[in-house]
Design a protein around this ligand. Structure first.
Ligand code: ATP
Ligand code: MG
Length: 150
């Protein structure tokens, strides 16, 4: 299975933008690349990252989505200006059922990032977060331009 990465991003951003009037999703960059992999699953990852960005930035905020190429990888990042994640919790957010305490009023079960990390790993890629508490978070995944899925 293969698909145009930029087309998928456009589609998901448009779809998620329709679910919120408080956030403006700003799109930057393009990859002009075809991805060999499971489109539905990568779509799921992008949806997870975008819905998190919206959920965890309760004020009307901008969300920046970037697509770019980096050393044989397609890179995709979602930056929000929301609650952020304390440094010592940033690795745990990818664990199954993990939720950062203090965010209990925001609904969720703590599986989105666990599933996303698993999907990206199977695609031969990596996912990471850079965040500052109270300032916002940037989640970024990288998937190889050429990869045999199994
Ligand atoms: P769901 O399973 O519905 O996605 P969830 O959003 O709580 O529930 P994850 O998406 O796996 O679960 O995220 C895990 C935890 O990481 C969240 O509960 C939240 O505490 C933190 N987190 C994730 N994304 C962000 C973000 N953009 N800003 C701040 N905290 C975040
Ligand atoms: Mg989530």
């Amino acid at each position: 299975d293969f698909f145009l990465f930029d087309e998928l991003v456009d589609e998901v951003v448009e779809e998620v933008q329709r679910t919120t009037s408080n956030h403006v999703i700003e799109k930057q960059g393009a990859t002009e690349r075809v991805v060999y992999g499971d489109r539905d699953r990568i779509e799921q990852v992008i949806v997870n990252l975008l819905t998190n960005a919206i959920k965890y930035s309760p004020h009307s905020d901008k969300i920046i989505v970037k697509s770019f190429l980096e050393q044989g990888f397609i890179a995709f990042s979602v930056q929000d200006f929301g609650v952020g994640i304390p440094y010592e919790r940033q690795q745990q957010v990818f664990e199954r059922f993990y939720r950062v305490s203090g965010n209990e009023t925001i609904p969720g079960i703590g599986l989105g990032l666990y599933i996303s990390a698993e999907i990206i790993r199977r695609q031969g890629g990596t996912i990471e977060v850079v965040s500052e508490e109270g300032k916002g978070s940037t989640f970024c995944f990288k998937i190889p331009m050429h990869h045999d899925t199994h």
